[in-house]
Design a protein around this ligand. Structure first.
Ligand SMILES: *Cc1c(COP(=O)(O)O)cnc(C)c1O
Length: 369
């Protein structure tokens, strides 16, 4: 255990002295929140960087998900994936909506569109898919079903910052896409999130909802929430954005080094990129198959014994947590692929500051078995 510990991720922190001028500006402006100058600049800068028209910033991704559902007045049942971070389904329960889980595709690990239609009932109002690991969902198939049954589509795009497909930003799909800027994500504002909106009117409604429902000093038009991003978080986002291309380039190098070093190990299956034209390398998931000498949990422990802390994203499945496990759609026989994958998946460390020596150390532990 002499090697230094390596965790699954490490927040990307630009040099501290680069942040000080931003703080001086905030002190000079004396605006700390409520859509101040940093907030406005970050919204514009993110629209430019991501190639989208309208972005509403939030204090975190979960409140952004809650607000996205409120803004579209989604009720009843929403079809979603069990293979995600628990906030995806929690955002439905907090809105009094019943999540209906459908199984995932064994290759992309995203919601399997072929299973959506069978899950639709008269109560279904929307679909909430996740671009898991930043790998694009089958957006065309999902939209086709949504159009046929008149359903809304809200993408949990928490992993999909900067991802592009042949037509441009992945975030343009669906009625709304929701980002997370949590410290563990590719682009972070310590805590933060955003909703990508199709037009100015939708953004205006979302802005009202994230500010208690106020439309002017004395008028409240809806039971809104406090979802506002503070100036200090927005300022950090502006600084982070200056470094993002470099950070993403290093992630790409790490991904390539892992793929070369881990190629051809019996029983280690690397989850492939899913056809995006620009990837963000936000995670490095692999599947530990039966042909490998250790099972997934034993490899997870072996890495730990070597001071390497992977994460079993996504295990347990959302559908196996107690507030969901009693639901009909959460039963294991409805979700065989997701349950199988959750028992095999392991995400290896990936973050810009991870050096080649540590990558090779990780590769060697996996190779030795
Ligand atoms: C991180 C994450 C969220 C929640 O975002 P927060 O900003 O932490 O609230 C939601 N969904 C997925 C898939 C995530 O990975």
């Amino acid at each position: 255990m002499s090697d230094k510990p390596v965790y699954v991720t490490q927040p990307y922190l630009p040099p501290l002295e680069e942040f000080l001028p931003y703080l001086e500006q905030i002190w000079a402006n004396k605006t700390l929140t409520n859509g101040g100058p940093m907030h406005q600049q970050l919204e514009q800068a993110l629209c430019d960087y991501l190639g989208v028209e309208h972005i509403a910033l939030f204090n975190n991704g979960t409140i952004a998900l809650l607000t996205a559902l409120q803004s579209l007045r989604v009720t009843g049942e929403v079809i979603t994936t069990p293979y995600s971070f628990v906030a995806t389904a929690h955002s439905l329960l907090w809105n009094g909506i019943k999540p209906v889980f459908v199984d995932i595709d064994p290759v992309t690990l995203n919601m399997d569109p072929a299973r959506i239609e069978a899950a639709i009932t008269p109560q279904t109002t929307a679909i909430m898919p996740v671009h898991c690991y930043g790998h694009p969902c089958d957006v065309d198939a999902i939209q086709k079903i949504a159009d046929t049954y008149n359903l809304r589509v809200i993408y949990d795009a928490a992993h999909a910052f900067g991802v592009k497909d042949a037509g441009g930003s992945l975030l343009r799909h669906g009625d709304l896409s929701v980002l997370s800027f949590h410290a563990t994500k590719v682009f972070n504002t310590f805590e933060g999130g955003a909703i990508v909106c199709p037009d100015a009117k939708t953004k205006q409604r979302i802005n009202q909802l994230k500010n208690f429902g106020f439309v002017d000093e004395v008028t409240v038009i809806a039971p809104g929430i406090n979802g506002k991003m503070s100036e200090i978080n927005a300022a950090f986002g502006l600084l982070q954005l200056k470094h993002i291309d470099q950070a993403l380039a290093r992630r790409a190098e790490i991904d390539a080094r892992y793929r070369a070093g881990l190629a051809g190990i019996k029983g280690i299956h690397l989850v492939e990129e899913a056809g995006q034209t620009v990837a963000n390398y936000s995670y490095f998931p692999l599947l530990v198959e039966a042909a490998y000498p250790l099972d997934r949990d034993a490899l997870y422990q072996r890495l730990k014994d070597n001071n390497i802390f992977g994460r079993r994203y996504f295990y347990p499945l959302i559908s196996n947590f107690p507030m969901y496990s009693g639901m009909t759609s959460a039963q294991r026989n409805n979700l065989p692929v997701a349950n199988r994958i959750a028992d095999k998946v392991l995400c290896l460390p990936i973050y810009p500051a991870l050096d080649d020596q540590d990558i090779d150390r990780i590769i060697n532990v996996v190779r030795r078995g």
